[in-house]
Ligand binder design. Sequence first.
Ligand SMILES: [Zn+2]
Length: 435
Amino acid sequence: MDKNLLCFQLRTADDNVCFGFGLNDFQIPNELKSEIIESLQNEINIVFVQRLDYAHGNAQIPKFQRNNPEIRNRIRAFQNLLEEKYPQIRKILPFFNAMQEDELFFFSPKVDIPFEEISSIDEYLKSQKLDIQYQIYISMKNAKYENVLDEYSLVEFKDNEKYFIGKDQNCRFCNKDKTKTTFKNKSHAISEAFGNKNIICRNECDNCNNEFGKNIEQDLINYLRFFRDYYGIAGKKSDNKYIGKNFELIKSGDKLKLSYKYNIEKEKNNTSGFIKLLPYEKIIPQKIYKTLCKYFLSTIDDSFIPCFKETINWINGCKSSQELPKIAVSMSKSHFTKRARIKLYLRKNRNYNLPFAVGEFNFTVIKYIFIVPFSNQDSCLFIKDEDFNRFWLFFQNYSYHLNCDFVEFNDTEKVNPYIEVNKDILNFTTPTPLK
Ligand SMILES: [Zn+2]
């Protein structure tokens, strides 16, 4: 390395900056240059020192560190000291300000690091930012398949076409035939409350259809009622008023008025862009999960039903589980649909690293992406972070394009739900302080 050059580099998952500047432009006698460089190099090292080992006179500079106020203070001091002489140094503080608090960064007092080393450093930083184990991140990145459809067959339904699912004579859920149960009513694969009338399941018996409607589907309907009413989706009944603990939604004619009562103390500093709406009706989260899976099983071809014997037992309450995979929840105007839509992914091969069945349920601005648990084609439940992340990263159509929260719907007791809504999605007429 040139003795007359001061060098160091900084990298994050999104950005990098290298510094290398010499003293040749300055009127400094040659014999002094290396001394000055050395003292500057020491200054910059001191900024990034984490621990001083006084006994041996060593300063430890970890390659990977986290952005925090302390390090920014040291940079500020360093910058103040040298910026007049070396204006390039002014680039350091904005670099740190652009980072998230506590974000991992890489520091090296060298700029000439081999390319292979640099790319694995960058990949490590990216995996850490995504909160995924490095090895998993690498194996997903190196996976041969780029396309979800290489591994899965996808079933989609068009809004304006009618679908009649099922040829089997027996009910797909209880396995009873015409002599033991009836098939008189139209069984809507997805509850009519979500505006869906075009997908009919032929082999779902009246009894099962009734039980699902009474026992599980109502929880999802209640849970999404706000979106149903806000976007005026005509279901079986259409109320003119929906009043929650901290909001009021009133329809009169074509006009819609949403008032939101906010808690001044709690929310004055809320800059997150989200508000929490609190409905009165309690819900059982696991029933929401069951309903999504029931929709999935009402819309797949008969031939797959035997793979889901355990799933059906679970939906029917004959099998209990305290732990389920998380559900990815995305809220955006960009995927708005007035009628509920469902997409079904079924794995085509024996790649047990990925779940056999994955569903997407979309209603208004809400989208759920869920794994259908307990199929006999899976070797794990995708509950462990490692397994779930592998699944999620593989579905790049979601993981790279949707902004999702990962929500647990495990609870089997009644809970007070809340709906976290992006303020941009709603038009408030009268936000009023809570009394
Ligand atoms: Zn049945």
